[in-house]
Ligand binder design. Structure first.
Ligand code: SF4
Length: 288
């Protein structure tokens, strides 16, 4: 029998038996259309609250939403309802941005959406390993102008034995990186770099922030090479290695270690010091 051949009473009965009506807890009650099917004590529309012309206090709103969630919990289509309401349309918005749907309040669905957008997708690491992506990522770490990024990436690629890259390709590689990192399309440069660093793709690379002032990650501190101890060789006498040389020659003093050290006298120094003939002796004698 065609729908047009059925009586209105037959159609109504069929509709009341249909799962889309039967299991909708928030649907109007068959006997009282102003009451909710899932809980006759609640008015129809309790899942969405009053309109803008009837403001609602925070306390009342919480109580209403809690009662609506209870109705959802006993609704057989709750999972399907939540999946529909939490789905995202082509405009990036929730299918149902307001009210209680599928046992979740609007705020909970929005929070879940934001969390999902921020979650880093576990893209395979090999997708980041192409020379073009590595070059663009390293170029993005130090500059932000698209032309500079392309020029820096080209320099890296050429040094790696690859061909250069134009601005358009560099921009495309950047968009691809953002997508692979699980970030929204308009993610900022620093956000993309932070996500890449989280994944270990920028090990040892200094990140320069957008204003170019201070590197976000300072370069490693240089460690001074250990200084080799120099051995002072004194030609005169025997000096204790633990004691500094003293000017007070000719004295015998006790070292801190308890050993007795003999210091050379001034006469010994003159005896041992080499005599340098500044002038030939014969000329000296002639001058006298
Ligand atoms: S899950 Fe809640 S909002 Fe969805 S149909 Fe059931 S009662 Fe209505």
């Amino acid at each position: 029998m065609k729908a047009s051949e059925k009586s209105s009473e037959q159609l109504r009965r069929e509709w009341l038996e249909h799962p889309h009506f039967k299991y909708r807890g928030c649907a109007p009650d068959a006997d009282d259309p102003l009451r909710m099917a899932g809980n006759p004590e609640l008015p129809v529309g309790a899942h969405h609250g009053p309109d803008a012309f009837a403001p609602e206090g925070q306390k009342e709103r919480r109580a209403r939403e809690a009662a609506a969630v209870e109705v959802c919990v006993s609704c057989p289509v709750m999972v399907a309802c939540d999946a529909y309401a939490s789905s995202v349309g082509a405009d990036g918005r929730l299918a149902e941005p307001d009210g209680v749907w599928g046992g979740r309040r609007a705020l909970e669905r929005h929070r879940a959406l934001v969390k999902a957008r921020h979650a880093v997708v576990a893209a395979p690491g090999r997708l980041f390993e192409t020379p073009q992506k590595r070059a663009v990522l390293r170029a993005l770490a130090v500059c932000w102008d698209p032309f500079e990024v392309a020029a820096t990436a080209s320099g890296l690629l050429v040094s790696w034995g690859e061909g250069p890259m134009d601005v358009r390709t560099a921009n495309w590689q950047r968009s691809s990186l953002v997508r692979l990192l699980g970030l929204p399309k308009g993610a900022s440069r620093m956000r993309a770099l932070a996500a890449a660093r989280e994944r270990g793709l920028l090990e040892g690379v200094v990140l320069v922030p957008d204003d170019g002032s201070v590197p976000a990650v300072p370069p490693p501190t240089r460690v001074a090479a250990p200084v080799e101890p120099t051995q002072l060789s004194l030609p005169l006498g025997q000096v204790d290695r633990h004691e500094p040389p003293t000017r007070r020659a000719g004295r015998v003093r006790r070292a801190r270690t308890g050993r007795v050290v003999s210091m050379p006298t001034l006469d010994d120094a003159f005896e041992l010091a080499p005599v340098i003939p500044l002038f030939p002796s014969r000329r000296l004698e002639a001058a006298v």
